[in-house]
Design a protein around this ligand. Structure first.
Ligand SMILES: Nc1ncnc2c1ncn2[C@@H]1O[C@H](COP(=O)(O)OP(=O)(O)O)[C@@H](O)[C@H]1O
Ligand SMILES: CC(C)(COP(=O)(O)O)[C@@H](O)C(=O)NCCC(=O)O
Ligand SMILES: [K+]
Length: 295
């Protein structure tokens, strides 16, 4: 990778593909804080239930990258989606004719070995790379111990602790079904429950403790399951033996972060695009180590 290139940081989840695009030269100059509003990064989310999302992504990247060489750095936990995207990017798929590349493209699937974070779990290669990258991005912005919550298709509640040298270590976490999956599970697993609208209105929640109809009861129950689970885990990770202990601070991201935030009583901060930020952090680090470009 060289400073003249553009980097496309790609987070392939189970509901959407999130894309962050930045010129490497501008990233190096702005390395201070990529979460800042004025950072030279464009973000776009492409839901996987939209038609031709692979073409849409190629077109969007081409529109904003111009003729620059694009390095695609990819975090994927959904290979059924990342494989056709790779084919479209590299011009392999027939259907990609419209977006076939007229400039150089490089595709790099990230693994746990690319993440400069100590990992202390049974099998690091089996942990979702999105969990490791968001933990890495959080640990470069906030002091460990901390909890990283990615509220997407699944909600992951991960813990980063300092080691004896105060360096951050990913020590594992918990996985629970996300809001949309919980709604779908209730609707498909019962006769009496239909899919409730997912939208949660804070005024409505305040008025329904307890809920007085089925739809509201589903919305309240699912919200409480996720918020309650996150808060309990953040407290248990701080100190499993003491109820009185404060929760660890939470860094919150994912498609449902804004929905959950108003109900979380634990100290938390929303940082959108955390997985993409982790990828861009890696890119900056690599350029700083090898400014002439090695990869
Ligand atoms: N248009 C949408 N399409 C899909 N999910 C959405 C949409 N709007 C909100 N959501 C919520 O966002 C969650 C998915 O978040 P996201 O971070 O994109 O997930 P993933 O990382 O699994 O792809 C869903 O569980 C759903 O509750
Ligand atoms: C837990 C996940 C499904 C979350 O995916 P997402 O909700 O972001 O689509 C993903 O990180 C994954 O497939 N993990 C592999 C198992 C593990 O992390 O232990
Ligand atoms: K997730």
């Amino acid at each position: 990778m060289t400073p003249r290139e553009t980097i496309a940081a790609i987070d392939v989840g189970n509901s959407a593909i999130k894309v962050a695009l930045a010129k490497v030269s501008e990233l190096i100059t702005a390395a201070g804080d990529l979460s800042a509003g004025d950072a030279p990064v464009r973000y776009q989310s492409f839901p996987l239930d939209q038609p031709r999302w692979d073409q849409q992504i190629c077109r969007w990247v081409r529109q904003h990258a111009g003729q620059a060489t694009v390095s695609w750095w990819v975090s994927t936990v959904n290979h059924a989606a990342s494989r056709p995207l790779k084919d479209a990017v590299l011009g392999v798929a027939d259907s990609a004719a419209e977006s076939a590349p007229d400039r150089q493209q490089a595709w790099h699937n990230l693994t746990f070995e690319d993440v400069p974070l100590r990992i202390k779990v049974d099998a690091p290669e089996k942990v979702g790379i999105d969990r490791l990258l968001s933990a890495y991005a959080a640990s470069t912005r906030f002091a460990a111990p901390l909890v990283v919550v990615d509220a997407g298709s699944a909600v992951t509640v991960d813990c980063v602790r300092p080691d004896s040298d105060a360096r951050p270590v990913f020590v594992g976490g918990a996985i629970l079904p996300g809001i949309r999956l919980q709604h779908a599970a209730l609707a498909t697993g019962t006769e009496g429950l239909q899919q409730a609208t997912q939208r949660i209105d804070p005024a409505e929640v305040a008025a329904m403790m307890p809920a007085t109809n089925t739809q509201q009861a589903i919305r309240l129950g699912v919200l409480a399951a996720v918020v309650g689970g996150v808060e309990r885990l953040a407290q248990e990770y701080a100190c499993p033996d003491d109820d009185a202990v404060e929760s660890l601070p939470i860094v919150l991201c994912g498609g449902d972060a804004a929905t959950l935030s108003p109900y979380l009583r634990a100290l938390h901060q929303q940082v959108p695009h955390l997985v993409c930020l982790g990828i861009l952090d890696l890119a900056i680090q690599q350029c700083q180590i090898a400014p002439s470009g090695l990869k």
